[in-house]
Ligand binder design. Structure first.
Ligand code: NAI
Ligand code: OAA
Length: 340
């Protein structure tokens, strides 16, 4: 005899098996925070997400109950802040987004968050390595230049590191660059793509305007635009007057990055995002991670693009970037070795 429930489950499974690849569990760690809440809402609106798992050290089930009333098809579950809750949130996840950790206050650099966020990310990475070793991990928590190497070291120490599946989310820099250049040029940002390479803090953020639709931008206009892209985060931190940093634009950017990975996983070709990954581009200079254009595929990173032609001004920005970046990466790697 079939119970009504098992018939329902069978029908539901059949419905999904028509497009089996659409069974995608996405987990948000830090789901009740300033980024976590709008990010979770945007993921609830994404048809490619079938199961949304929300975990936080406080408030996860409440946010899940709220979002679960949105009338899209996916299921939403909130988990208690226990090891069992975290395990259940991670079990079977295809994508894990990590916006857990403290944000900046005015006057702080992203690196000033290291002391608090390094151990938060390390511990969540340990849980992800144990319970979702094949998931694509999208690290949002700052300082991204260090928290991504931390996550890599944790996965490596547990013997499950696959560099194709670890991403530092730098999408907000791309979103800002597109928006800010459209303001200067009075164009529609939908038509503006700017490649932004390097890392995700101040001078490590390197916009390549020479490769945009407006390679002619020069002089003071260019300097101001580049500075605004590099320090866009500070603009928000200052405006929020101690109440945190970018959350809504970051949620939008994180949802875009997750969607790009889901589209690539479901067979779409030529999905390209700039993202901070283990990269061969500057390995000869001891820099293991770098953000550049990456073609995404079913397994995550499919192809890391060359940087392409840059002008003298941009080469100067890259040189400065590499100095900071190598220190940020080394700091993350050393942290895990000293605090396993
Ligand atoms: N990659 C990027 O472009 C950006 C990164 N960020 C970073 O994202 C992080 C989060 O920012 P907000 O959401 O504004 O902060 P928030 O303080 O509003 O939220 C953080 C959430 O993380 C939770 N949390 C703390 N420890 C946790 C743990 N061990 N497990 C699970 N959850 C935990 C907190 O309870 C809180 O709900 C910050 O580090 C911030 O600097 C912010 C904007 C852009
Ligand atoms: O500025 C911050 O601290 C948050 C962040 O990473 C950004 O907005 O780009």
């Amino acid at each position: 005899m079939f119970s009504a429930r098992s018939i329902f489950n069978t029908v539901q499974r059949r419905a999904f098996s028509v497009s089996a690849q659409q069974n995608s569990k996405v987990t948000v760690l830090g789901a009740a925070g300033g980024i976590g809440q709008p990010l979770s809402l945007l993921l609830k609106l994404n048809k490619r997400v079938s199961d949304l798992a929300l975990y936080d050290i406080r408030g996860g089930p409440g946010v899940a109950a709220d979002i679960s009333h949105v009338n899209t098809k996916s299921s939403v579950n909130g988990y208690d802040p226990t090891p069992e809750g975290l395990k259940a949130a991670l079990d079977g996840a295809e994508i894990v987004l990590i916006p857990a950790g403290v944000p900046r206050k005015p006057g702080m650099s992203r690196d000033d968050l290291f002391n608090t966020n390094a151990s938060i990310v390390r511990d969540l990475a340990k849980a992800a390595a144990d319970h979702a070793p094949k998931a694509k991990i999208l690290v949002i928590s700052n300082p991204v230049n260090s928290t991504v190497p931390i996550t890599a070291e944790v996965f490596r120490s547990k013997g499950v590191y696959d560099p194709r599946k670890l991403f530092g989310v730098t999408t907000l820099d791309i979103v800002r660059a597109s928006r800010f250049i459209s303001e200067v040029k009075k164009t529609d940002p939908a038509n503006e793509e700017v490649t932004v390479i390097g890392g995700h803090s101040g001078h490590t953020i390197v916009p390549l305007l020479s490769q945009s639709n407006h390679p002619d931008i020069s002089g003071e206009v260019r300097n101001q635009l580049v500075n605004r892209i590099q320090f866009g985060g500070d603009e928000v931190v200052k405006a929020k007057q101690g109440a945190g940093s970018a959350t809504l634009s970051m949620a939008y950017a994180g949802a875009r990055m997750a969607d790009s990975l889901l589209r690539a996983a479901q067979g779409e070709k030529n999905v390209v995002e700039c993202t901070f990954v283990e990269s061969p581009l500057f390995k000869d200079q001891g820099i293991d991670f770098f953000s550049s254009k990456v073609t995404l595929g079913p397994e995550g990173v499919e192809k890391i693009h060359e940087i392409g032609p840059v002008n003298e001004y941009e080469q100067g920005l890259i040189d400065v970037c590499l100095q900071d970046l190598s220190k940020n990466i080394a700091k993350g790697q050393a942290f895990v070795k000293e605090n396993p």
